[in-house]
Write a new protein. Structure first.
Length: 168
């Protein structure tokens, strides 16, 4: 069985009944997969990125339970143990699991991004969050300048949220 399909189903089980959160991680996954493939990641890095995209917000449930908050800081704390348990149960290779846990622990950290998988995960998450948060053009352009580095991510951003005529 395809491990990505197994992770996808495990995450829908994990967030059963929470349509918004399931839709969110599925959209982030689609953007991350697309950007990673267009940016030419190695097969192993692509696989790791896709698993991370599916599981990146796994810490939300524990964050809300423990702290009454889904803030990014709490997600980064609570996500890795939840992801590790889920991925170990699915027999995802240990090196992939460890990198996924690192990515989950840093997916709301935007300073000093040095690896392609981290950059792409952040960009994919922003592509979805911009819509979900109904951000305005000023906010979008600031995110574009501060965060987006990949050619594929920038192209998707501009296709989804074109600059207004006065900005061009």
């Amino acid at each position: 069985m395809n491990p990505i399909a197994l992770v996808t189903m495990a995450m829908t089980d994990y967030f059963s009944g929470d349509v918004r959160r399931i839709n969110h991680f599925m959209k982030v996954y689609a953007f991350a997969k697309t950007i990673g493939e267009l940016e030419g990641l190695t097969p192993r890095d692509q696989f790791t990125l896709e698993v991370a995209a599916l599981t990146h917000d796994i810490g939300i449930k524990e964050s809300e339970r423990k702290y009454g908050s889904s803030s990014g800081h709490y997600q980064q704390l609570e996500g890795p143990p939840e992801a590790r348990a889920l991925l170990n149960a699915l027999q995802i290779p240990a090196d992939v699991t460890e990198r996924v846990c690192w990515l989950i622990a840093h997916h709301h950290t935007y300073a000093n991004i040095q690896n392609a998988d981290h950059q792409i995960l952040v960009e994919a998450d922003f592509l979805v969050n911009i819509c979900e948060a109904a951000m305005n053009q000023t906010q979008i352009r600031a995110i574009e300048r501060k965060v987006f580095r990949t050619a594929a991510g920038r192209r998707l951003l501009l296709n989804l949220y074109p600059a207004s005529a006065e900005e061009q």
